[in-house]
Write a protein that binds this ligand. Sequence first.
Ligand SMILES: [Zn+2]
Length: 357
Amino acid sequence: MDGSQPPMLRVSPQLRCPICGYGDWCMVAPDGKTAICPRTAEGAIKQAGAAGWFHIVHPDHVTPHPAPEFEPQHTAKVDFKWLSDIRRERAEPRLHDLARKLGVSVDALRCLKVGYNDYDQTFTFPERDGQGNIIGILLRYPTGPKKRIRGSKSGLSYADQWDNGSGSVLLVEGPSDTAALMTLGCNAIGRPSNRGGYAHLADLLSDFPDDRNIIVLGDNDCKEDGFWPGKDGAIQTASEVSKRLERTVYWALPPDGVKDARAWLNEHGGDNPTSMRDCFLEGLQLQAITPPPVIRSFVPFQEPISLGSYRQEMLKRRLLSLDRPGIYLDRSMTGSGKSAIDYRVVLNLFGRTEEVA
Ligand SMILES: [Zn+2]
């Protein structure tokens, strides 16, 4: 802070937060171009200490929760699935144009259920929850900025058949990059922004096999002042998903220093993009985020048992605990044989169970 910037103003019912729309808690710069919102992490540039999330206010930003007095009390609920279906039909004749412009396959756009709105000539991208329901629609204006249809919730962009049954899944920013990765033949899920969508991701990936990697791919969008929303968001997303799924989740940046997956595809994809998939994946430098320890307590014994069976049980559970993340807590009393069990576990690790006395 160089001291020349005027201090931020506390929001009020007259001067609402441009990010969340509420009239308390948040701060906004006198010129309205930046804000600190404690309610909204999505789209933030960085965390501003305990005050909240620092945002740069986009001129076209739509406040997601409009102030109550401007919103009729009995707003009909929007049927986003219905809306999305109508718009998909309109999009069909234009999908080739959009695919060429983005440098992605028509099929990827079709699978993401891209739509078109004749009225304001925008392509629309449905966003889904972890169960596949369409919960909102993202608009893409020809000039670039993103908005959501009123009443939308932010969600994930993914195809019904997002998982081809092998390899990693990549969690990337936004639908265009999701389409780019699908064009390369990867399993891809689009995140709503650099941060957010954690609960939907955890829901969608709850059964994703342990022997296949979950990789959060961040944008290579390092700013001049050192802020790196794509990378910071990827790390935070990996941590949040890792915590929720209790498994290791990786994060990475796009290979070869390009800005994002679509830039890589446009540069290296060539005529047969699926043949370049492994090149892309091998270029990723994976960073692992492991979940915090979870304490799993065992149900105590109901019946008195012999010391021998107790020790057998201890051995069994110690061995069972070996490959699991977390803390193994043994509160057996003195003389129950904890050290003897330690010794037997070590022997067992070397495959010498026959020496157990
Ligand atoms: Zn706010």
